[in-house]
Design a binder for this molecule. Structure first.
Ligand SMILES: Cc1cc2nc3c(=O)[nH]c(=O)nc-3n(C[C@H](O)[C@H](O)[C@H](O)COP(=O)(O)O)c2cc1C
Length: 244
C-alpha cells in the first residue's frame, strides 16, 4: 500500500522557521516505506480572500473566479492521501493567507457538492510555531483541527508528552533558524510526519478492504468525475427547494 503525502508550509516568509519543522516531518514521512511526498509553500504565492459574491461561480464550476495560486493548492490537496501542515502564529491565529486558502477551498467544494462533501479522510497533522512561549499557538492548532473536520478529513494527534493535539514550536526570535533551540518540537515533528504517513496507509488499506460497503462519498475522485459530467442549474436558494 503506497501513500502520497502533501507537506504544506503556511509561512508567508521565504526564509522561515516552519521549514525546519516541516523538514523534520518529512524525515518522519520518509521513514515509512512506499511513500512519496510533495511540498507546497505559501511563500511567494498570492491568496485573495473569499468575497462570497462569487459562490454561484464556484457552485457551477468547482473552481475560482478570482485567479491566483489557489488552483495549484487545490490540485495538490486533491492529489494527497495525507497532509502535514506547518503554520506560524500570527496575531494568535493562522496567517491571513492560510485562512483565505481554507475559506475558499472549503467554500468551492461545499458549494460544488451542495454541502454533501466527499469524505476525504486524509489523515492530517498540524505543526505550529510562534515567537512567544505561550503566544497563541494553541489557537492555531485549534483552528486547524476544526478545519480538518470541516473538510471531512482525519486528525492525527501528536505523541505525548512532546505533543498532544498538534506539535507546538517556540522560535525564541523572529530569525529563521531560532526554532533549532526547541529540540522537543523538532523531535515531535519527526514523529508527526511518521504518524501521518502510517495512518494514511492504514486508512487507504481500510477503505480498499471494505470498499463494497462504502457509498460514493468515500471516493472523492469518483464524486468529482460524476459532478463534472453534470451541468446543474445554479440557484442560490437551493437549500429551501431540495430535501437535505
Ligand atoms: C504579523 C505577525 C504576527 C505575529 N503574531 C504572533 C503571535 O500572536 N504569537 C506568537 O507567538 N508569535 C507571533 N509572531 C511571530 C511568528 O509566529 C514567529 O516569528 C514564527 O517563527 C514565524 O513563523 P515562520 O518563521 O515559519 O514564518 C508574529 C509574527 C508576525 C509577522
Amino acid at each position: 500500500m503506497s501513500a502520497k503525502i502533501l507537506l504544506i508550509n503556511g509561512s508567508p516568509r521565504p526564509q522561515n522557521n516552519s521549514s525546519y519543522l516541516l523538514d523534520k516531518a518529512r524525515e518522519g514521512v520518509l521513514s515509512v516505506s512506499d511513500v512519496e511526498y510533495k511540498l507546497f509553500e505559501f511563500s511567494g504565492r498570492t491568496f485573495h480572500g473569499c468575497k462570497g459574491t462569487c459562490t454561484a461561480y464556484c457552485m457551477k464550476n468547482g473552481t475560482y473566479s478570482q485567479k491566483d495560486d489557489l488552483q495549484e493548492f487545490m490540485e495538490l490537496y486533491l492529489w494527497a492521501d495525507g497532509i502535514v501542515w506547518a503554520v506560524p502564529t500570527y496575531h494568535a491565529g493562522p496567517p491571513a493567507q492560510v485562512k483565505a486558502a481554507l475559506d475558499r477551498l472549503g467554500n468551492v467544494m461545499s458549494s460544488y457538492f451542495k454541502m454533501k462533501l466527499p469524505r476525504f479522510n486524509k489523515p492530517t497533522g498540524i505543526i505550529v510555531t510562534g515567537s512567544s512561549r505561550y503566544g497563541g499557538q494553541e489557537y492555531v492548532v485549534d483552528f486547524m483541527l476544526q478545519s480538518i473536520t470541516t473538510t471531512r478529513n482525519l486528525i492525527v494527534g501528536g505523541e505525548s508528552p512532546k505533543a498532544n493535539m498538534g506539535v507546538v514550536g517556540y522560535a525564541s526570535t523572529w530569525e529563521p533558524g531560532s526554532i533549532l533551540e526547541d529540540t522537543v518540537s523538532l523531535e515531535a515533528s519527526v514523529e508527526m510526519g511518521r504518524n501521518v504517513a502510517l495512518t494514511t496507509k492504514i486508512i487507504k488499506a481500510g477503505i480498499e478492504e471494505i470498499a463494497p460497503e462504502l457509498s460514493e462519498r468515500y471516493f472523492p475522485d469518483r464524486m468529482f468525475e460524476a459532478r463534472r459530467g453534470r451541468d446543474e442549474d445554479i440557484d442560490m436558494a437551493w437549500q429551501k427547494k431540495e430535501s437535505l
